[in-house]
Write a protein that binds this ligand. Structure first.
Ligand code: GTP
Ligand code: MG
Length: 233
C-alpha cells in the first residue's frame, strides 16, 4: 500500500546480485509487513472467537441433550475485498482507513441445528467479560425483504500481540442449518450477472417463498424437539 516503491516491485529483478536482492527484500518487507500484520491480527481475533464458540458448544452440550452448534465457518476478508470496500466508502486506500471503518474483516459464522440454540449461545457468548457488543441486527425476528434470516453481531474482542493488547472487531453471523442452506443458494443468484432481469425477478420471488417455508420447517422441528425433550423428563 506504499506507492513510494524503490526498487519497483513490478520491475524485473537482477539475479545473483546480493546487494540488489537485499534491497529488494527490504522494500518487499516495508511494503507488505504492515498489511500482513494487520491480516494476522484479524486472523487471531477470528481464531479467538471460534475457540469461544467451540468451548460454549462443549459446555452447553454437557448440560443439554445435544450439541447446539452444528458447524463453525470462519474467514478473513481478502485483500481485494478490503480494498474494494474502502473504495466504495470513498476512503483512502491505506491501513489507517481500515480501523474503525471496516468491521467485518474477521468473520465467524455459527450454524446451529435449532433456532432457540442461537439465542442461548448468543447470551452465553456476550456474557463473557472481555467481549463488547458494538452492533446487533436480528434478521431472524426481522427478515430482510429477500427472505434472508440470520442474527448478526459486531463485537470487539482483545488479542495479545508482541506489542500488547489490541481490541479487534469481529462479525458474527448466527443461523440455523436451513437458513444457511437458503443463504448459500440466494448468494449464488445475487452474483449471477448474466441472467435476464425477468428470470432474476422470478427466482427472487421463489426464493422468498422458500425462506418462508424454511422458517416454518425450523419452527416445526423445534416443536418436535421440545416434545421429545418433555417426554424424556
Ligand atoms: P456489508 O457492507 O455487506 O457488510 O453490509 P452491512 O454492513 O449492511 O451488513 P449486513 O448485516 O446487511 O450484511 C452483512 C453480511 O450478511 C453480508 O456480507 C452477507 O454475508 C450477509 N447477508 C446480508 N444480507 C444478505 C442477503 O440478503 N442474502 C445473503 N445470501 N446474505 C446476506
Ligand atoms: Mg458486513
Amino acid at each position: 500500500m506504499n506507492s513510494n516503491t524503490q526498487p519497483a516491485l513490478n520491475q524485473p529483478m537482477q539475479t545473483n546480485d546480493p546487494v540488489n536482492i537485499d534491497q529488494y527484500l527490504e522494500q518487499l518487507h516495508a511494503d507488505f509487513d504492515p498489511v500482513y500484520n494487520m491480516l494476522m491480527d484479524y486472523q487471531c481475533a477470528m481464531m479467538e472467537v471460534e475457540t469461544r464458540f467451540n468451548i460454549l458448544n462443549n459446555r452447553l452440550s454437557i448440560q443439554g441433550e445435544h450439541n447446539p452448534i452444528e458447524s463453525i465457518k470462519s474467514r478473513v476478508k481478502s485483500l481485494d475485498s478490503i480494498i474494494r470496500k474502502l473504495d466504495k466508502l470513498h476512503l483512502p486506500i491505506e491501513i489507517e482507513s481500515v480501523e474503525g471503518n471496516i468491521k467485518d474483516i474477521a468473520g465467524v459464522r455459527v450454524v446451529c441445528s435449532f433456532a432457540d440454540d442461537i439465542y442461548r449461545i448468543e447470551e452465553n457468548f456476550l456474557a463473557q467479560e472481555d467481549i463488547t457488543l458494538i452492533e446487533r441486527k436480528d434478521y431472524i425476528k426481522n427478515p430482510k425483504p429477500s427472505g434472508y434470516r440470520s442474527l448478526h453481531l459486531i463485537i470487539k474482542i482483545p488479542i495479545y500481540t508482541e506489542n500488547g493488547k489490541k481490541d479487534m472487531f469481529v462479525e458474527v453471523q448466527m443461523r440455523t442449518i436451513a437458513m444457511d442452506f437458503w443463504a448459500s443458494l440466494e448468494h449464488k443468484l445475487r452474483y449471477k450477472k448474466n441472467l435476464n432481469p425477468q428470470t432474476i425477478e422470478e427466482l427472487a420471488k421463489e426464493l422468498e417463498a422458500c425462506a418462508e417455508e424454511s422458517a416454518k420447517l425450523d419452527e416445526k422441528m423445534l416443536r418436535i424437539r421440545e416434545r421429545i425433550a418433555a417426554d424424556m423428563q
